[in-house]
Design a protein around this ligand. Structure first.
Ligand SMILES: Nc1ncnc2c1ncn2[C@@H]1O[C@H](COP(=O)(O)OP(=O)(O)OP(=O)(O)O)[C@@H](O)[C@H]1O
Ligand SMILES: [Mg+2]
Length: 278
């Protein structure tokens, strides 16, 4: 944070992977609320505007805030739709203009957080090109691992072929290096960790360690599989809001543990008040 408007530049965090349903929007909301509760100003951009999960999550939160007696923190939000122009050059130009306008409107914030779709498109790639920090939630299953790399065993040797998504991140890193920008801090977090399948959890852990060295990402602790995440969406709330007026959800031990997981993740990324990333 700086008082000098000329020098101010928000920290940009992109939540992305090309696999649907891995927890991007859920992670985005929790990260956003955590940052706001720590006193940071936050702007959010929904680059998955057609599906609009983050936008709907925030609409639900706005409705909750209107009824609540407590202060419910809200980010400044923008929803950027993909251009519908038939011509590729025109549509890319429009996407670029729309995204830059949204970012310009949020430039006074400490953080701008992007939620992205579970599939590749120009607008999403453009969003990734601005990332100071990229967070990739990964469902804790071997099926989802191929989003990072194809894993084969050849003559007892592990053969890893980076996925198109990992290659895209690599290309963005190359471009940033050429522009002498700070490298993207890429963080992979495991989501929906099962409490029962300990062996699967361990095997995934070993493979992810390999991948993290090869693809140059940091591994961070993630979230367990918990029903509460689905229940919070209609109210627009996160685990960090529980206990507030009208939330209507009493805190159980499981919720306390889940909330701790969120704080641990935010700390591992380096985005808590104690460890400001700027
Ligand atoms: N740790 C978890 N435990 C249980 N349910 C979860 C967890 N994380 C996410 N979910 C649920 O999984 C579903 C998909 O999550 P979410 O919408 O965050 O994923 P996404 O990656 O944004 O999906 P998409 O690619 O479609 O945008 C939601 O119903 C959400 O509540
Ligand atoms: Mg989503």
């Amino acid at each position: 944070m700086t008082d000098n408007k000329e020098l101010h530049r928000p920290r940009i965090v992109v939540i992305g992977n090309e696999k649907g349903g891995s927890g991007k929007s859920t992670t985005t909301m929790h990260l956003v609320v955590s940052l706001m509760k720590d006193g940071f100003t936050v702007g959010t951009i929904d680059l998955d505007a057609r599906q609009g999960t983050l936008s709907r999550y925030l609409e639900n939160r706005t409705r909750f805030a209107e009824k609540s007696k407590d202060v419910v923190l809200l980010p400044k939000h923008r929803r950027v739709f993909r251009s519908e122009a038939a011509n590729k050059a025109t549509s890319e130009e429009e996407d670029k203009d729309n995204l830059e306008l949204a970012m310009h409107e949020l430039w006074d914030r400490d953080f701008i957080i992007f939620d992205t779709p579970g599939s590749d498109n120009y607008l999403s790639r453009l969003g990734h090109s601005y990332a100071d920090i990229l967070i990739t939630p990964l469902n804790d299953s071997f099926l989802d691992m191929d989003m990072l790399a194809k894993v084969e065993i050849e003559e007892k040797e592990l053969k890893l072929t980076p996925s198109t998504y990992s290659q895209m991140v690599w290309e963005q890193r190359q471009q940033r290096a050429m522009q002498r920008k700070r490298p993207i801090d890429w963080i992979v977090m495991r989501n929906r960790l099962s409490h029962i399948d300990a062996k699967n959890k361990r095997d995934m852990g070993v493979l992810l360690e390999h991948l993290s060295k090869r693809l140059q990402f940091r591994l961070s602790p993630g979230f367990g599989e918990r029903v509460i995440f689905r229940e919070l969406f209609p109210k627009g709330l996160t685990l960090l809001d529980l206990g507030s007026d009208g939330a209507g959800v009493s805190m159980s031990m499981s919720h306390v543990a889940a909330r701790q997981e969120v704080r641990t993740l935010v700390k591992a990324i380096g985005l808590t008040k104690d460890e400001p990333a700027i």
